[in-house]
Write a protein that binds this ligand. Sequence first.
Ligand SMILES: [Fe+2]
Ligand SMILES: [Fe+2]
Length: 332
Amino acid sequence: MSMTATDGIEMPLVVKGPWTHQARMDAIDKECRQSFESYFTKAMKVRNWVPNELPIKEMHELGHKLSPDTVTMIQAFLGVEEYVGDYVQGGLELFHNNRVRRNLQLAWGMEELKHGWAWEMVLLHSEQRTETQLKEYIEEVLSHKWTMQENHPGLYSPLGVLCYAMVQERATYFNYEEMRKRIRQEYGLPEKASVEERKRGHQIGAAGAFQIVGRDEIAHHGIFLEMTRIHMRYLPDETLETLLKVFRGFTMPALDFIPDAAQLEEAMMRTKLHTPRKQVTDVNNPILDALGFDNKRALERGVQEAKKLPPGLGPEFVTLSRSGEFVLSTSA
Ligand SMILES: [Fe+2]
Ligand SMILES: [Fe+2]
């Protein structure tokens, strides 16, 4: 999925003004549907995979090379992914009367369910956890129920969930890419994939699993980013404000719920796989750039400037500059 800053800007307007709130919502719905349809087609035709096809034999052969910190982090990733039912449910309640967002939630959930399954397989076939240990771990994870309302207050709205998910997916992609590289190192392999790995389309053992799951995560980020851009054009005020809220208080979901939260934190500190600094440089900043902002200050300026936009002004007359200023024109 292409993620340049110009994506979406050139998309033709499919709904014309006058720009009442309802007209804006209709335009968002129409453009989001187009985006969802191409996302779904690609998910089904190109990105489809099943966990049982992961390179299990290689996981067996190389599993003993994984470090305790790596295993700790993979288990915590499993824990976070296993709340998939709660994540999907929270969204479905919000999207009851929104077909596009409901369908995206269903398709997204179907893909997400494979991720916990994949980490379970990595831990089991690397012989780092037994079936009984995994069963007990997952039971403990599922003894808690995650809700968006309680864990990310202020973001429980269709727009809040969208902006949060957009950032969360990119952070997850970053973590899984870092883990993929870490596993290659522990396996004793060069950073670059070999010719054979590239030929068959995925990397070796657990690194391959992280690569395949990572492709899902970046595609999820891509569709949520596209839909965020659509909302930015039609509802700049609300969308920029929501984005700023997400950037200011972003935390990964369910981190307080997983039984091994403390061990994960220690492993993260030791390995520096993900740090608050990396969240800014490798997650937040590329997202701001993709949304068309120079930096976080530009987004903050945009939030202030959006409040001053004349209410009836259509998106065809408004351009948002990279410094967060709106440039108005009288002709589309
Ligand atoms: Fe996932
Ligand atoms: Fe995801």
